[in-house]
Design a protein around this ligand. Structure first.
Ligand code: SAM
Length: 280
C-alpha cells in the first residue's frame, strides 16, 4: 500500500525526496469510511496535500487525512492533529474482530495497532469473571472481552468525557449493555465507590499506571490477575515493571507471582510498551 502512495507521487515530489514519503500510517474506520493519520516529515511538508490525496486514491475508504502535529500528551493521551485533506468530520466507526467502535481520533486515544493485544486479553479471560478495566478509553478492551465471553461482567473507568461518551455508545452498539458498565471519572476517585473486588484488573496506561497500583491491588480478589502496562527501555524490558508490581502487592501484605511478560508495541527505537501479568 505504501509503495502505491509513493508511486502515485512520482513526478509530483522530486525523486530525491520520494523516500521521505511515510511508509506506513494508521487507518481507523471501516471499509466504507475511514480516517488516515500520517506523519509528514518537515522536508516534504510543501507536498502534504498531494500526499494526502495520494493516500485517498490508493485507499479508497479513506475520507479524511489527518497530520500528527505532536506526540501523545496530557492525561487524555491524545495528540494534536490537523486536517490536511478530505472530510472535516473525522468521527468514524472502526470495525475490529466482530466489534464496532465509534470514535473521533481528534478527541480520544485509540490505536488500531493494538487489536492483537486486545484479542490476547479477551482470549485469556475466563467465563464468569468480574473484570475491571481502568483507563478504558472508548471501550475496546471491555467490549472485546464481553463479546468474547458472554457471561463476563466488566466495569470501565475513563477520565476523558469524549472517550467515556463514545464508550457508552459503543457498549450499546455492541449489545453488551447488560454486562458492561462505563463510569466517567478519575480511577483514584471512582475506586472508593466500587463495592466489589475483581477477578481481573487491566491497567492500560503505560505512562503512569504505576501511580495507580495502590488503588488497583486492594480491588483485586485474592488469586486474581493484574494486567499492568508500562514503558520500558529495550535493554531491560520487564525489570522495573515487575519491581513496581511486586512492591504494590507487598504493601498489601500479598505476594505477586509474575505469570506472563509481553512486548506489546514499539514506541520509539529504544522504548517499548510492555505488559506484565501478575497473580496474587
Ligand atoms: C493509553 S489510553 C488507553 C485507552 C484504552 N484502554 C484503549 O486501549 O484504547 C489511556 C486512557 O486513560 C485515560 N486516563 C488517564 N488518566 C486517567 C485517570 N486518572 N482515571 C481514568 N482514566 C484516565 C485517558 O484519558 C486515556 O483515554
Amino acid at each position: 500500500m505504501s509503495r502505491g502512495v509513493k508511486e502515485q507521487l512520482r513526478g509530483v515530489i522530486p525523486d530525491s525526496l520520494l523516500d521521505l514519503v511515510p511508509r506506513s500510517f494508521d487507518v481507523i474506520g471501516s471499509k466504507q469510511e475511514a480516517v488516515a493519520i500520517i506523519e509528514v516529515p518537515e522536508e516534504i511538508r510543501d507536498y502534504e496535500e498531494a500526499i494526502a490525496h495520494a493516500v485517498m486514491r490508493v485507499q479508497k475508504n479513506v475520507a479524511s487525512v489527518l497530520s500528527k502535529e505532536s506526540g501523545r500528551a496530557g492525561e487524555f493521551r491524545i495528540r494534536e492533529m490537523r486536517l490536511i485533506a478530505g472530510d472535516p468530520d473525522t468521527e468514524v466507526l472502526h470495525r475490529e474482530s466482530g466489534c464496532a467502535f465509534r470514535l473521533d481520533p481528534k478527541t480520544v486515544y485509540f490505536s488500531p495497532r493494538e487489536s492483537q493485544e486486545r484479542g490476547r486479553i479477551a482470549e485469556g479471560t475466563a467465563d464468569g469473571e468480574e473484570v475491571l478495566v481502568m483507563f478504558s478509553g472508548v471501550g475496546p478492551l471491555p467490549i472485546r472481552i464481553a463479546k468474547h465471553r458472554p457471561d463476563v461482567r466488566a466495569t470501565a473507568i475513563e477520565l476523558n468525557p469524549y472517550a467515556h461518551n463514545y464508550c457508552v455508545e459503543n457498549i450499546h452498539l455492541n449489545r453488551v449493555g447488560d454486562r458492561v458498565e462505563a463510569i466517567l471519572g478519575d480511577v483514584r476517585e471512582v475506586a472508593g465507590s466500587l463495592d466489589r473486588r475483581y477477578d481481573r484488573i487491566l491497567m492500560p496506561l503505560p505512562k503512569g499506571a504505576y501511580m495507580f497500583l495502590d488503588v488497583a491491588v486492594p480491588l483485586l480478589q485474592d488469586g486474581g490477575v493484574l494486567h499492568f502496562y508500562h514503558w520500558a527501555p529495550s535493554e531491560d524490558m520487564y525489570g522495573e515493571a515487575e519491581e513496581l508490581v511486586k512492591a504494590a502487592f507487598r504493601e498489601e501484605g500479598r505476594e505477586a507471582v509474575v505469570t506472563d511478560r509481553v512486548r506489546v508495541s514499539q514506541y520509539s527505537p529504544r522504548y517499548w510498551k510492555v505488559r506484565i501479568d501478575a497473580e496474587g
